[in-house]
Design a binder for this molecule. Structure first.
Ligand code: NAP
Length: 301
């Protein structure tokens, strides 16, 4: 079994995977994709449940996406996960994508139906909601939420999940305010009674917003690179804040370190990664995912 397969492999999947002990019927598609830890997580689950198939990585460039999606049915895939940069392009390519995917602005889970057609959904928002419950012991719908980087892919999925959960307040923050316009329109259409405010990283605006926020979610990529600083100043945080950083790195991210210094309770993106994967698994197999097995596999990966 190779670490990463390509479109050439997919064109003749039986030949490319002839050396595999179990047929490869699930994959994560992305560009790049070699970094993805989804195979470790899903293969541990498949092994634990005695399911005779495996999950792999498929490197598809944007120009190869349409052909790649078209080959999933003929090559007898059960489904795929989509990562950067394919989520929105897969949404556009799949007429059967569901309302959750449309609201999230992207598909992260493709299901191949028995007739070979493809359905799509997004489990990012659902994974986030489960992560909040697990990390903080709180229901998302009880919390007033500030989302940093709300106009990005993760930010949109989180914002839609918050509105759908009935959060009593939703504050959307984005560096470029004009990028929030489409999300604000879509939120107003889908959830007309949601209490939504929007702004940029202006310190006065942040300070006022943080006074009336319980949960701060970092959906920017700020904190992924060594040397990044916290996306919001430490002095604005206080001990009543819950901080969820969607970034899943091993160390405390700058936002979480800032929160630690101010006595706030924080958690990183591992739980969201785990739960979005578990929700994908449940879509493919119609049974509960073995969560602890998947958690351990992610931790080891
Ligand atoms: P994306 O679509 O490219 O969005 C990036 C967001 O970050 C945008 O809102 C962007 O603002 C903002 N941003 C980038 N640099 C910034 C800076 N210097 N200052 C302020 N804002 C900045 O990316 P994505 O796919 O949403 O991913 C964002 C993060 O979510 C990543 O860290 C990713 O690892 C994480 N994520 C985690 C999970 C999970 O399961 N835990 C799932 C999905 C994503 P502009 O609009 O102004 O450019």
């Amino acid at each position: 079994m190779k670490e990463v397969y390509t479109i050439e492999d997919l064109r003749d999947w039986p030949a490319a995977t002839a050396d595999c002990e179990h047929p490869l019927r699930l994959a994560v598609i992305g560009d790049p994709v070699a970094h993805s830890r989804s195979p470790q997580m899903h293969n541990a689950a498949l092994t634990a449940l005695g399911l005779p198939l495996r999950y792999t990585r498929l490197h598809l460039r944007p120009a190869e996406l349409e052909e790649g999606l078209g080959l999933l049915g003929p090559m007898e895939f059960l489904g795929v996960n989509c990562t950067i940069p394919h989520k929105s392009a897969v949404l556009a390519a799949l007429p059967q994508a569901d309302a959750i995917a449309h609201r999230a602005g992207g598909v992260n889970t493709v299901v191949v139906y028995p007739d070979g057609s493809l359905g799509g959904t997004s489990t990012d928002g659902g994974g986030f909601s489960r992560a909040v419950r697990e990390c903080f012991g709180r229901e998302l719908g009880e919390l007033r939420v500030m989302i940093l980087g709300a106009a990005g892919g993760a930010g949109r999925a989180v914002a839609m999940q918050c509105a759908s959960a009935g959060c009593p307040g939703l504050m959307l923050i984005n560096r470029s305010l004009e990028k929030l316009a489409a999300l604000l329109d879509d939120l107003a259409e889908a959830y007309p009674t949601a209490h939504v405010a929007a702004g940029d990283f202006d310190e006065i605006f942040l300070k006022a917003g943080l006074k009336t926020s319980d949960l701060v979610v970092n959906c920017t990529s700020v904190g992924m690179k060594a040397g990044d600083s916290s996306p919001i100043p430490k002095k604005l945080l206080s001990s009543h804040h819950l901080l969820y950083d969607t970034i899943y790195v091993g160390h405390r991210t700058p936002l979480l370190a800032a929160g630690d210094a101010m006595g706030a309770h924080g958690a990183n993106g591992h739980a969201m990664l785990l739960h979005q994967g578990a929700l994908s698994f449940e879509r493919w197999f119609h049974q509960p995912a073995p969560l602890e097995v998947m958690r351990q596999a992610l931790a080891n990966a």
